[in-house]
Design a protein around this ligand. Structure first.
Ligand code: ADP
Length: 191
């Protein structure tokens, strides 16, 4: 299995680029944000529990997302590999992911960090608010809170992978195809 992790702040383009990478390299795209939004839309018990948390731009509890991801990995035993998007977002999530992958005799090959300037993140999310129905994109204060939560709780995950030599950075500024080409060049040596 070839597993990648796409990383970066909200608005860095993780979702857009993961879909393209999944199709290019025959990987299964796992986005905890998408999974949680599906739960909210379907008004499940879990969806009701997480809706407010997501609207405020806070993180949902680790155990919720860890279980969702473990289930998806379990139900795809023949996968060529996975691309994890929006997960892990805390060091505890990273540890849990490692354990789950180790049980399957596999691991994360590389973490791909999309580097984007702060003003550009806010600009992209406000632009997305005009075309999507994501309530967390509509309010600049919520956007700033998501970026703050990212800096405080999610950035420490970088060190977790960097110490294992798995951390790669990619310039995430520019247009979608340009960034996709940079990602492909960056991982070409490993896939
Ligand atoms: P973005 O990266 O643009 O903020 P996502 O779609 O990845 O958007 O996530 C949207 C929201 O879903 C987050 O703000 C958070 O509330 C919740 N969420 C998604 N993934 C996780 C996770 N791994 N751990 C905790 N909360 C998560």
């Amino acid at each position: 299995m070839t597993n990648f992790l796409i990383f970066g702040p909200p608005g860095s383009g993780k979702g857009t680029q993961s879909v393209k990478l999944a199709s290019e390299f025959n990987l299964i795209h796992l986005s905890t944000g998408d999974m949680l939004r599906e739960e909210v839309a379907a008004k499940t018990e879990l969806g009701k529990k997480v809706e407010g948390i997501m609207q405020r731009g806070e993180l949902v509890p680790d155990e919720v997302v860890i279980q969702m991801i473990a289930e998806r990995i379990d139900s795809n035993p023949d996968a060529n590999g996975f691309i994890f998007d929006g997960f892990p977002r805390t060091v505890d999530q990273a540890r849990a992911l490692d354990e789950t992958l180790t049980e399957k005799n596999t691991s994360i090959l590389k973490m791909l960090m999309l580097e984007v300037e702060h003003e550009e993140l806010v600009r992209r999310l406000l632009l997305r608010a005009e075309v999507s129905d994501r309530p967390d994109d509509r309010d600049v204060n919520i956007i700033e809170n998501r970026i703050k939560v990212y800096r405080e709780k999610t950035e420490p995950v970088i060190e977790y992978y960097r110490k294992d030599g798995k951390y790669l950075t990619v310039n995430g500024m520019g247009d979608i195809e340009e960034i996709f080409n940079r990602l492909k060049e960056t991982i070409a040596a490993y896939i």
